[in-house]
Design a protein. Structure first.
Length: 699
């Protein structure tokens, strides 16, 4: 491969120079990009064919990245609100005027109590530089409230940590050598495209592919079998598989004896879950469960690709715990192509302390606010338990009015006249509409960043391909300038993006000597280490073993074994609610959107056409709903409008709402998060987006 950050085009080419970059979006694939630049303009973005996991292919979304960067609606000047809050009416101001006023107002709030200021950010970029580096330093120095960034993956992380010690697992490149692949809680074609390439190779080599998911998505269509279980019942299915592995002795006794803790109590609990019991809970045929167990117990190497859909319910962390027990029972971890993968994040060693500088808190211990409960928290008055009323929110890399649950409360909270809101954005999103100041941020093509991945094992570099458009500035520069206005003089506030990028990769053996200078030239570099991390045990748990039974969980007053916890909202746990709202709703991502990113890209929105609600024909018939009708989905938390699509891809009694649309691009000015609730998962304090009862009626 070439080792230049900017590669010269062949002598006879007229396409311009090519810059090595990386996709910043919240996806496991973290693709290596080649950006072609001509006369200072990015003319194309394509996948790097030399990068093993990208292999030259990009999703539909990122292949249109130039359309997003040069979109006519880009915010390219600082804007100050001139109309009523929420009107979306702004006037351009200079950077000097905007920064001066923002600093003055934040200083006045901080003088009363800096905890009244809250940062709100997540995965608009997953980069270490433009994510939580200069921003974290700014808020730590200020003493602002801390944000618990839980909206995506914390339940799954907690589940993995309890059993195998962290977000670790198989090398995704090894899936092509598996003989059985369980794709559990993932529509890989939509949300993990490059893993799907390896799965397809395995399929061509004779492997069996099984999709376990509540709806028959594109991935399920292309697998040999689809296990269409009810949402939130994954732990019950996992226990039924364990039951069959035990009673049929499809176990690796040597691996269990040498590298696990707690097999006997796990065995006793698993024997309480015969396939007949699980079939009733999960809503799948007994024969399907038995065959799945036989396949998992007899086909080797067997691999599991989990994704985060299955953990967005009340018992999501315990579901991940239960599934994470399976590979050790059959000794799948012995093989390069066996085991499981949910996230590879902890294979990397990032230097969080150097990036975020928690020492700037200087001994202060600000409160922590969970980003999932932002709707409730913005509406709370200050008290001794909560602390001061939230008086200011600075939003970057997120669009909470679209993505946070119980959207009506989120809207009400951000609409408070006494709340000062600053939003760093590319576009005038739902959240930007309600800001007091809207500040223009750069896109990935316009700034420097460094990335790890959560679906493979490559460090990735993003070199700036073009100069910032208009008056846009990187997040880092915006917080750097704000820090100067606030009088922060620590040297860390003067560090450049290149210096920050160099700090991101920790001097840790896990990184194998990879550093920023090497990375920005090569574009990417793979971590060292064996493909099978736990072939001989060595789990990063307190015992060093795979912990079926967890002392840590028992010490915390919780069940030391994985539990089966049904959803907060379902017929079994809330029968009266289910009588009023009998339909279970899940809201997986639309294929051409990524959370709320890309929704305003014209070509992608045309592909999605409009918000859709998949409704089983049986449910539609009893409600008098025809295919293509506009419908109102509602519960006690609110209502939203969508176009009904009658489909057997969903189960009777279950609807699938494809999201996440911006509220203002959705009929009626709401979106599906009007209906979701703010209750938290069993472990990890994550969201329960797929734990929701609704009713649907013709509009």
């Amino acid at each position: 491969m070439t080792t230049l950050a900017t590669m010269d085009a062949p002598p006879d080419a007229t396409s311009g120079s090519v810059v090595r970059a990386a996709c910043p979006h919240d996806c496991p694939d973290t693709c290596a990009l080649l950006v072609t630049v001509r006369d200072g303009v990015a003319v194309s973005v394509r996948g790097d064919p030399s990068h093993p996991t990208t292999h030259g292919a990009l999703c539909t979304k990122v292949s249109r990245y130039t359309e997003r960067t040069y979109h006519p609606d880009r915010v390219l000047q600082p804007m100050r609100r001139i109309g009523p809050k929420g009107s979306g009416k702004f006037a351009s101001v200079s950077w000097d005027d905007a920064l001066a006023d923002i600093a003055t107002r934040l200083q006045a709030i901080a003088a009363r109590d800096p905890q009244a200021i809250l940062p709100y950010s997540y995965g608009g970029t997953l980069g270490f530089v433009q994510g939580e580096s200069m921003a974290a330093r700014f808020f730590h120095k200020l003493g602002a409230s801390l944000l618990d960034r839980t909206i995506c993956a914390t339940a799954g992380e907690a589940g993995l940590k309890a059993v195998i010690g962290g977000k670790l697992g198989m090398d995704v490149e090894q899936f092509e050598n598996s003989q059985l692949i369980l794709i559990w809680g993932s529509n890989s074609i939509t949300s993990n495209l490059h893993f799907w390439t390896y799965a397809q190779r395995a399929k061509r080599n004779g492997a069996k592919l099984v999709c376990i998911d509540p709806w028959r998505n594109d991935t399920a269509d292309k697998c040999h079998e689809h296990i269409q279980l009810r949402p939130g019942t994954d732990a019950a299915l996992a226990y039924a598989l364990m039951h069959e592995l035990i009673v049929n002795d499809w176990l690796d006794h040597g691996y269990i004896a040498s590298y696990t803790v707690g097999f006997e109590p796990l065995r006793r609990r698993a024997l309480e879950w015969p396939p007949e019991r699980a079939a009733e809970v999960c809503g799948v045929p007994v024969a399907q469960i038995r065959q799945l167990a036989r396949d998992y117990g007899t086909l080797s190497p067997a691999a599991i690709r989990m994704n985060y859909g299955l953990q967005r319910v009340r018992g999501g962390a315990n579901a991940v715990r239960a599934i994470a027990c399976l590979p050790a029972l059959v000794g799948a971890w012995r093989h390069d192509a066996g085991g499981l993968l949910l996230s590879s994040s902890n294979h990397f060693a990032a230097n969080g302390a150097a990036l975020e500088r928690p020492d700037l808190l200087a001994g202060r211990k600000p409160r922590t606010i969970n980003m999932v409960t932002i709707g409730d928290d913005l509406l709370r008055e200050g008290d001794s338990d909560f602390g001061p009323k939230i008086a200011a929110v600075v939003v970057y890399n997120s669009n909470p009015l679209a993505v946070a649950p119980e959207g009506d409360k989120v809207r009400q909270g951000f609409s408070r006249d006494d709340l000062f809101t600053v939003v760093l954005e590319h576009f005038q999103t739902d959240t930007a509409d309600i800001a007091d100041y809207l500040l223009p941020a750069t896109t990935q093509l316009e700034h420097v960043d460094v990335h790890k991945a959560y679906g493979h094992r490559y460090w990735m570099a993003n070199n700036a391909a073009i100069a910032p458009l208009g008056d846009a500035k990187p997040n880092t520069e915006i917080f750097r300038l704000l820090a100067a206005r606030m009088g922060f003089t620590e040297p860390c506030f003067a560090e450049t993006d290149e210096q920050i990028a160099a700090q991101a990769i920790a001097p840790d053996a896990r990184n194998g000597g990879i550093d920023w200078e090497q990375l920005k030239s090569s574009g990417w570099a793979k971590l060292p280490g064996a493909a099978a991390p736990f072939a001989q045990g060595g789990f990063p748990t307190p015992s060093g073993q795979c912990e079926f039974w967890s002392q840590r969980e028992q010490n915390a007053g919780r069940d030391p074994l994985p539990e089966v916890l049904l959803p907060y909202e379902c017929a079994e746990t809330t029968p009266e609610l289910a009588a009023r709202y009998p339909l279970t709703m899940i809201s997986p991502p639309a294929r051409n959107f990524l959370n709320s990113s890309f929704v305003n890209v014209d070509s992608l929105r045309r592909l999605e056409a409009e918000p859709l609600l998949l409704l089983h024909p049986d449910d539609a018939a009893v409600r008098g709903i025809a295919d293509g009708a506009m419908v109102r989905a509602f519960n006690d938390r609110g209502a939203t409008l969508s176009r009904a699509r009658l489909s057997t891809r969903t189960r009777p009694g279950q609807v699938v709402a494809l999201g996440i649309w911006w509220r203002k691009l959705n009929p009626g000015g709401t979106n599906i998060n009007q209906l979701t609730h703010q209750r938290l998962t069993d472990l990890g304090a994550g969201p329960c987006f797929y734990d929701c009862l609704i009713e649907v009626a013709a509009h």
